[in-house]
Design a protein around this ligand. Structure first.
Ligand code: 5GP
Ligand code: MG
Ligand code: MG
Length: 197
């Protein structure tokens, strides 16, 4: 068990299971893109560890870049996603592989679609380590999924709770008896203003 701030988390997905999922994703992505010179586009902060482990298994030429997005949600049901650090290279006519830590509602994914369409990319695919099918509300395809998980709040392996937990080598989920009142959209306790991805 680990404690982060006021909440307790129990072990959920082991490092070995995560590694296996990444190896399987890498196999498929190598098959599909080895000769395409893709740009891997990691979504900070959550995807930093996953991006490193996935990209080092890629066997062709590739470029690597990152953007930093932050999802916000007001009182309504639609989320807004702000760009905190934007693109530093043109992606026009490139094959782009977006690397996400987790797809939840899909709001972040939707903004990425918008950004990449505006960039006039040749083609883009999305790879995510974790996916919550029960929470996903969008029609957009998710091309490569490492693992489907239930609609629980998880931390570790890049994913945080209010800034902590990203360095944990395995994934933990919120202990059922934890007090959830501070958890507003995975944001800082009490803030309720969303979270950095
Ligand atoms: P979205 O709802 O836009 O699909 O996900 C927004 C962001 O919220 C994700 O990129 C991720 O950073 C964060 N998020 C979603 N689900 C979880 C979760 O279970 N744990 C943590 N720590 N962050 C999550
Ligand atoms: Mg977060
Ligand atoms: Mg993310």
């Amino acid at each position: 068990m680990v404690q982060l701030h006021d909440l307790k988390f129990t072990p959920f997905i082991s490092e070995a299971e995560i590694t296996l999922a990444i190896e399987q994703l890498a196999l498929k992505i190598n098959e599909d893109f080895r000769d395409e010179k893709p740009v891997f586009l990691g979504i900070l902060n959550g995807a930093f560890l996953f991006a490193a482990e996935l990209i080092k298994r890629f066997e062709g030429d590739c470029e690597v870049n990152f953007v930093k997005l932050s999802s916000y949600e007001g009182t309504g049901t639609t989320g807004n996603v702000d760009t905190l650090l934007g693109l530093t290279q043109s992606l026009e006519n490139r094959t782009v592989i977006v690397i996400e830590d987790i797809v939840d509602t899909g709001n972040t994914l939707e903004s990425i679609h918008r950004i990449l369409k505006a960039e006039k990319v040749k083609e883009f695919k999305v790879v995510t380590l974790f996916y919550k099918p029960e929470a996903y509300k969008k029609p957009l395809p998710i091309d490569y999924i490492g693992m489907e998980i239930p609609n629980d709040f998880i931390v570790g392996y890049g994913l945080d709770y209010d800034g902590l937990g990203r360095n944990l080598t395995q994934v933990y989920k919120l202990k059922e008896s934890s007090n959830m009142t501070n958890l507003v959209l995975f944001g800082p306790p009490g803030a309720g203003k969303g979270t950095q991805a």
